[in-house]
Ligand binder design. Structure first.
Ligand code: GLP
Length: 244
């Protein structure tokens, strides 16, 4: 779906999420959301906060699982995804803290595997992801599934691509401060979501959007591995769709 602006696209995505949250609440069911960070979803979260404040959108039955977190960054770091999610969404809505899940950035290497398997288990116990929100990195990553990630991958520790780290350099005051590793849900974790919405805005994303949509499925561009999902929509602005 191509929108004339990121603003219009973001409002449409927020409207879909709000409708899902409401209908799950009316049915007395939990609403399990997979959430993303980065600049792309910021306006979506802002709109959800507005709907909570002005329309009473209720998050009490919402359970969230974030895609990823930098390895080695404490929650208190302003560059952590934990910090980002609280700043942009969780601190402003009535989601219960025990329903918020974000991979832990600080834990010893020997505990990483168990933590990742526990993350997978918690998603299953919540009933699976009803909805997964995604951005796309210029390497073709979703979450932090960098080139080389295959379709069977689950939550795990990965090494970040140089391009990804250079794109994050501004937030960390220089590439030297950008962590080299991250924990991320896998491609298989994401593919199990019942609904996926991937957003991309601006001309910097036009080339990777073309590859993701028109390229043959390949581990070299992990976003192409989502092409077989039965219920995925890419939401683009005109600029991001320019090379399609
Ligand atoms: C980071 C995140 C991804 C995100 C990507 C794109 O690498 N781990 O989940 O999709 O950035 O970020 P942006 O939306 O800022 O372009």
């Amino acid at each position: 779906e191509i929108f004339p602006s990121a603003e219009r696209g973001s409002l449409a995505v927020a409207a879909e999420i709000a409708t899902l949250i409401r209908s799950k609440g009316e049915a007395g069911q939990a609403c399990v959301l997979g959430l993303a960070t980065g600049s792309s979803p910021i306006r979506v979260y802002e709109e959800l906060v507005r709907r909570h404040r002005e329309e009473g959108l209720d998050f009490s039955h919402v359970i969230t699982f974030n895609l990823d977190e930098y390895y080695g960054l404490p929650r208190s770091s302003q560059s952590s995804y934990w910090y980002f999610m609280h700043e942009h969404l969780f601190d402003h809505v009535n989601v219960s803290p025990e329903n918020i899940h974000i991979p832990r950035g600080v834990l010893p290497l020997e505990e990483v595997f168990a933590h990742c398997m526990d993350y997978e288990q918690r998603i299953k116990e919540a009933g699976g992801l009803d909805f997964q929100l995604l951005g796309i990195g210029r390497t073709g990553h979703v979450g932090f599934n960098e080139p080389g990630s295959n379709s069977r991958s689950l939550t795990r520790l990965i090494t970040l691509d140089h391009l990804t780290r250079s794109d994050a350099a501004a937030e960390f005051n220089g590439i030297a401060n950008v962590p080299t590793r991250a924990l991320t849900m896998g491609i298989a974790t994401i593919m199990q979501a019942r609904r996926i919405v991937m957003m991309a805005w601006g001309n910097k994303k036009a080339e990777i959007v073309r590859k993701a949509v028109e390229g043959a499925p390949s581990v070299q561009t992990p976003a192409t591995l989502l092409q077989g999902h039965p219920n995925l929509t890419m939401v683009l602005d005109t600029e991001a769709s320019a090379q399609l």
